[in-house]
Design a protein. Structure first.
Length: 702
């Protein structure tokens, strides 16, 4: 008797399933309008991962518990970490050199989460990708720069985080199963899977999507498939033995005529299995492809369990499947890990070009595939042949390099600040040069979101500087109730306002809304309409003595609608007036409103200092920086608002502070090249210091 032929080192059909999964994920990310259900590919990855985990654990089940766990972790981390850490490192280098400044701060934090495998943690309002996309779509006509806030180049690492977190559970789930009688093991896995399944479908959508506990059922399906596959393989092996030795004919067990039962020989049952498994695999494969590639969005609550269980069923019967085992699919499966890690940062970069060029999108996809192939052929194949010690050294070095590159700005700032004494928000000293301006302009833009936090404010949502908060540490002699409201400019001015006005305040309530004006629901978006109402309700309940609106104009700068020639017929102004009257009816003394000034061309901020260094005419820089459109209409509406305000509205005008009378241009930088603006279109710390004296005077006169 000849021994059975050795099996391939890996099941080619599973690589084919992996290939189909990565293809639909790419379709979902790059062409969501054509592949809206491609997110289900990640669910398939989880099933495949469960299969692989169970295989590794089963092979080590005769080891001691300690050896089993250590062998499992060493094999999985050897496969995952070297490439994962390299991609984070390269992505951070590209982030600093090619991405807009506005993307850096958010992605530094995201890189830390990815490095620690906690990218699936609950997101803040600002971080929630899907919510930000809807916000941006609603106000995209106003400003394209906000796309940069929405793109996290490490968003896709959430699935790796879920998988790694399950690694810390699965060895113990498996070891408990080995202590249970074999006939009850499937029931044990079924109970755990059912609890996880219920948790998935009873939890909020964002929790269920990211929670490892809500995904256990998908991993367990893969594990059960592997265990069933072992039973099938043992049965097939026994059939081969019987065929070699000769199997006796089938016996017919006779009873009464109504209950005759035939016990078939093993080789006959195997023949029947082969007869029906391949057609069933083909049908299952077609069904999964149709669901994943269906051009209309299907309800996830229905298709997710179908695809998850369908993938498990297909894995059980697809071994040696001709379609799934073909060379093209299996090679795509081989590079799928590289492709998954590489494609999203490249897509994010395309997204940040802000023009939606479809030809460049196709180029981004092709680039992702080419880089994945290069990475797989050169790096993955190389490190997988190394010893565990060598790979451990690579992992330690890459982890250290990632920590350094993620925190490089803080390290640089610490070195540059040594021996200098700072006394203002901008940290600018008299001995600084244009080189310092270039560095700080970059840092102010990178740290823009971080600088919106005010340490004196107790936030209702401490994870974001936007929303509502109350300031603490106020003077005991203060006698006025203050309220500051607006868009993110309110948070942008918060520290300075507190420093100048807190001595007069017995309370300061602060409210800021992302991209929304308090006097008009910007772009009539659903979010801004809700904030518009919220501003009015908060002022009505607070009844402050003084209120201050810090807002960079958005919709209120729009021209008059067709056939409208007066404020009386202007719907934007009438909405502003109605809201203003509601405000002042609940404000005891005055409402201060920041008047409009021209916007900034954010892409030119990084060029200010280099151009100053090259002795470029400042007027040329002025014209390059300023976007003068619409601000005059916003100022006209404000001026009319003061007339209708019953003497309770005061305009705070920054135009004289930024307008150069000699050149008759707006000047948004100083003589050394320090920018007054950041790329997210806020005033920089230098800009805040430039207008501080206005608020010093205002607060003294209250």
């Amino acid at each position: 008797m000849e021994p059975p032929k050795p099996k391939p080192s890996k099941r080619l059909d599973l690589q084919g399933i992996r290939a189909l999964a990565i293809i639909v994920v790419l379709g979902f990310h790059f062409f969501p309008e054509f592949c809206p259900n491609g997110f289900l590919g990640v669910d398939q990855f989880f099933v495949l991962s469960g299969f692989l985990m169970c295989m590794l654990l089963k092979r080590a089940e005769n080891q001691s518990p300690c050896s089993l766990v250590s062998l499992f972790y060493s094999k999985r981390f050897k496969r995952i970490l070297p490439l994962y850490l390299l991609i984070i490192f390269v992505a951070m280098i590209c982030l600093y050199n090619f991405f807009p400044d506005t993307a850096i701060e958010t992605n530094q934090e995201s890189a830390i989460h990815a490095l620690l495998f906690v990218s699936n943690r609950p997101k803040t309002v600002q971080e929630d990708y899907f919510q930000l996309v809807s916000i941006i779509r609603s106000i995209s006509k106003l400003s394209c720069y906000q796309l940069s806030i929405a793109v996290d180049i490490f968003t896709h690492t959430w699935s790796l985080s879920v998988e790694i977190q399950f690694y810390f559970l699965v060895p113990f789930i498996f070891m408990i199963a080995t202590k249970i009688p074999e006939k009850f093991r499937y029931g044990y896995y079924g109970i755990i899977g059912f609890i996880s399944f219920v948790h998935f479908y009873t939890s909020p959508a964002t929790v269920a999507f990211n929670s490892v506990f809500a995904r256990i059922w998908q991993f367990l399906i893969g594990m059960v498939v592997y265990l069933l596959g072992i039973s099938k393989s043992e049965f097939q092996y026994q059939v081969l033995i019987n065929e070699e030795e000769g199997e006796p004919e089938c016996k017919q067990l006779l009873g009464d005529e109504e209950s005759q039962e035939v016990e078939c020989c093993p080789n006959e049952r195997f023949s029947m299995f082969l007869k029906y498994s391949q057609p069933a695999a083909f049908v299952s494969l077609i069904c999964l492809i149709c669901i994943n590639l269906f051009p209309l969005a299907l309800p996830a609550t229905v298709v997710r369990p179908l695809v998850t269980m369908g993938t498990g069923f297909l894995m059980l019967i697809s071994e040696n499947n001709v379609i799934l085992s073909n060379k093209v699919l299996t090679y795509i499966g081989d590079i799928s890990y590289s492709l998954y890690l590489i494609h999203w940062p490249i897509y994010a970069y395309w997204k940040l070009t802000c023009d939606g060029n479809k030809y460049l999108l196709i180029s981004a996809l092709a680039t992702s595939v080419i880089l994945a192939i290069i990475t797989y052929e050169t790096y993955e194949k190389w490190y997988l042949k190394l010893s565990s010690t060598s790979i451990g050294l690579i992992v330690v070095v890459l982890f250290f390099l990632n920590v350094v590159v993620i925190n490089k700005d803080e390290i640089t700032d610490h070195i540059d600040s040594m021996g200098r004494n700072f006394s203002s928000l901008d940290n600018v000293t008299d001995d600084m040069t244009v080189d310092d301006a270039e560095r700080l302009n970059h840092r102010w833009s990178v740290n823009d979101n971080r600088n919106l936090f005010d340490p004196t404010c107790v936030y209702e949502n401490p994870k974001t500087p936007l929303g509502w908060c109350r300031h603490t540490g106020l003077s005991k002699t203060g006698k006025y109730k203050f309220a500051t409201i607006g868009n993110s400019w309110t948070a942008n001015h918060a520290r300075m306002f507190y420093q100048e006005c807190s001595s007069k305040a017995k309370s300061i309530m602060q409210g800021s809304a992302f991209g929304c004006e308090p006097l008009y629901p910007s772009a009539q978006s659903k979010m801004c309409k809700a904030n518009f109402t919220d501003f009015e309700e908060r002022i009505r309940k607070e009844k402050p003595d003084y209120a201050f609106i810090f807002t960079r104009y958005m919709s209120i700068g729009a021209p008059w609608p067709d056939k409208v020639k007066s404020f009386k017929d202007d719907p934007i102004y009438q909405t502003m007036k109605e809201q203003m009257l509601k405000f002042i009816s609940n404000i005891k003394y005055k409402l201060y409103i920041l008047d409009a000034l021209p916007r900034i061309n954010r892409g030119a901020i990084s060029k200010i200092a280099p151009l100053i260094k090259n002795e470029t005419d400042p007027v040329i820089i002025d014209n390059m920086l300023v976007r003068p459109h619409e601000y005059e209409m916003a100022r006209k509406r404000h001026a009319q608002l003061v007339k209708d305000c019953k003497g309770k509205c005061v305009m705070v005008d920054y135009v004289p502070e930024f307008y150069n009378k000699e050149t008759k241009t707006f000047r948004y930088f100083d003589e050394r090249g320090f920018s007054y603006w950041t790329t997210p279109s806020h005033l920089s710390p230098r800009g805040i210091e430039h207008i501080r004296h206005l608020w010093t005077d205002i607060c003294k006169k209250l």
